[in-house]
Design a protein around this ligand. Sequence first.
Ligand code: SDX
Length: 381
Amino acid sequence: MASTPDAPAEVQRGLQDIVALESHITFIDGKRGRLLYEGYDIRDLAEHSTFEEVAYLLWYGRLPTAEQLRDLEQRLAQLRALPEPVGRLIDTLPAESNPMDILRTVVSTLPMFEPSETQPSPNSIGGALRLTAAIPTMIGRFQRRRSQLSPLKERPDLSHAKNLLYQITGREGSDLDARAMDVSLILHADHELNASTFAARVTASTLSDLYSSITSAVGTLKGPLHGGANERVMEMIDEIGTVDRAEEVVKAKLARHERIMGFGHRVYKVEDPRATILREWSRRVGESAGNLHAYDVLQKVVEVVHREKGLYPNVDLFSGSVYATLGIPRDLFTPIFAASRVAGWTAHVLEEYRDLRLIRPTARYVGPVDQTYVPLAERTA
Ligand code: SDX
């Protein structure tokens, strides 16, 4: 009698609601719309902290003293430069490439040019520092290359957020712009087992190296259902045009069963607390720039999507309008997401190394069993 596979437990597509591991890093309360990094509420961190301080918190599990923070800021500033062959590689890759493909390629190339005696050991917080410091330089080098501009000189005097703005726009930006970027970097720094972080942990769970784990994460974040949504929100704003067309355009999309980018979430059943904070920053920077068009359109879209579909905004809804107001090209929105999330990705990879367990779920087999092998000469169809 042909053996049939024992029927395993019910399939949870997308591993929805599956608890895959224990983590000390981030807590998401999906029902109440709360997000905590190592127990600290994201609202307090967005109000009082900096990206550098949050990166320290994610890597070390505690807030730094003033001296520890100064030391981290200095180490990050010192680790921004790329090895010249890596810079030259960016200058030779096709200028029309997708910036997330550039980032994925360069992250995986960097360790090949890191003489071990001069760089922090890759599978450690040193490796996390190096990648967190270098990714803005990678983004900036590509932006200058595709704009036919020479690479920028280093500015170790700039904070992480100001340096990211400088690398992309060639300008430090106003204090308001820099604070808006810093807050957005804080908000995007980690989010428990989202798809790209899970990809990084799967890679690390095989004892592969930190750079390979982050390369997996970058490739995963590129997807429009994950990191790429904020670019598509801006395309939706263009399609809507004016506030009074928002209702008609959104309803038509819903009628075509299209996903409205920037809405819905696998975990949050109420508004994503990051969206709440980014909405306010979208208003602030828009007001400062004298252009609230994107903000006004999005506010109307929020009203229509909630009324028609009962869905709430997620982190991607307002982030793009903040970045656009800061003068950032749309196809760099997701690379900026990566520039922030690399802090969380690396924290999770290091946590996986400390409490290693090969991640290997199973699948429910639904194919045929006990097939008879027919020699090639006898196969007709
Ligand atoms: C991020 O996981 C994370 O933490 C990710 C992230 C992070 O910080 O790492 O938070 C970042 O990825 C935010 C999400 C960015 N993506 C988008 O904004 C893309 C649009 N959103 C959807 O694709 C969707 O909401 C997901 C992918 C985010 C979540 O989808 P789920 O949990 O798989 O939900 P689902 O597809 O099962 O949908 C449930 C219902 C469906 O309705 P029915 O077909 O059952 O009638 O809700 C509907 C969906 O059609 N729905 C939407 C919708 N999201 C869900 N309908 C219209 N527009 C949407 N955005």
